[in-house]
Design a protein around this ligand. Sequence first.
Ligand SMILES: Nc1ncnc2c1ncn2[C@@H]1O[C@H](COP(=O)(O)OP(=O)(O)O)[C@@H](O)[C@H]1O
Ligand SMILES: [Mg+2]
Length: 322
Amino acid sequence: MTNVLELKNLKTYFFTDEGVVKAVDDVSFNVEQGKTLGLVGESGCGKSVTAMSISRLVSPPGRIVGGEILLNGRNLVPLPDQEMRQVRGSQISMIFQEPMTALNPVLEVGFQIAEAVLAHESVSKREAWSRAVESMRAVSIPDPEKRARDYPHHLSGGMRQRIMIAMALVCSPELVIADEPTTALDVTIQAQILELLDSLRQKYNLSLILISHDLGVIAEVAETVAVMYAGKIVEMGPAMGVFHNPKHPYTQGLLQSVPRLGSSVQKKDRLDVIEGMVPNLLHLPDGCSFAPRCHKKTVECTLSTIPLEPVSERQEVRCIHA
Ligand SMILES: Nc1ncnc2c1ncn2[C@@H]1O[C@H](COP(=O)(O)OP(=O)(O)O)[C@@H](O)[C@H]1O
Ligand SMILES: [Mg+2]
């Protein structure tokens, strides 16, 4: 298997007045060509900062302080901004949670997608426009010639997210990072967008990083799952292993908070299930960051940093009780 992306020991810190926030602290994972890596964890655990780091969009007081981001073997960390701008959009593109903030309200959506083409390829405006329309067709927007003339507020939330996906795909990137792409949408539309992303991945052999706080979303489509907590990966492996045989107490807690399929029970707030709060990244406890909330905690957990270690051929866990 070819790895499109190899993240090696990435560290992204924020140097704030209150102190150093280690938002991404020694994170490593690989994304195989044509496959989906799911990145999951509660709000504030460092998922978006990981995504922004890969796209080199972290701004001060945040900074990548260590590690490598290898895209097809080329390290993006030292690339000059101008070269990085070429990589973004043409090789890596991002889809965010809220399309309304990413789209310009006073421009036709077709024009905005066409602009993405013009930014990366030397084609005529007319060609860029027809590429935009084709990209809208590829994401199953009905009557794309007509819809391309719409302004963002004319479209529903689901259609706007399809526009964002069309824009992300129009320059045929190899890697797409979707950061909570369905969180703002209602449940039926969520499922449609996930299905669309998965079918586009298959059709174009895309590599996808799908980020969500919702394990249910990740379970739908990811082959590999990385569970993040307080800036670190605490468990990673094939989705089958992580979901059916979770080893980290945090993963086990997250899974318990996912409602069973077909259950009529209302979705519970996951903090009901895993007691306690996500720690303040400025004041992390010694040893395991999850220890204060963990029912398996022993004194050994708090003595020194806990390494991520293999528990089976492909599953790794950061817990001495696993
Ligand atoms: N601009 C910033 N300044 C200081 N700290 C930040 C900034 N942006 C993010 N962080 C820190 O990084 C942590 C991870 O944030 P984020 O990656 O957005 O979490 P997630 O996407 O998992 O909800 C946050 O808990 C916050 O402490
Ligand atoms: Mg986020």
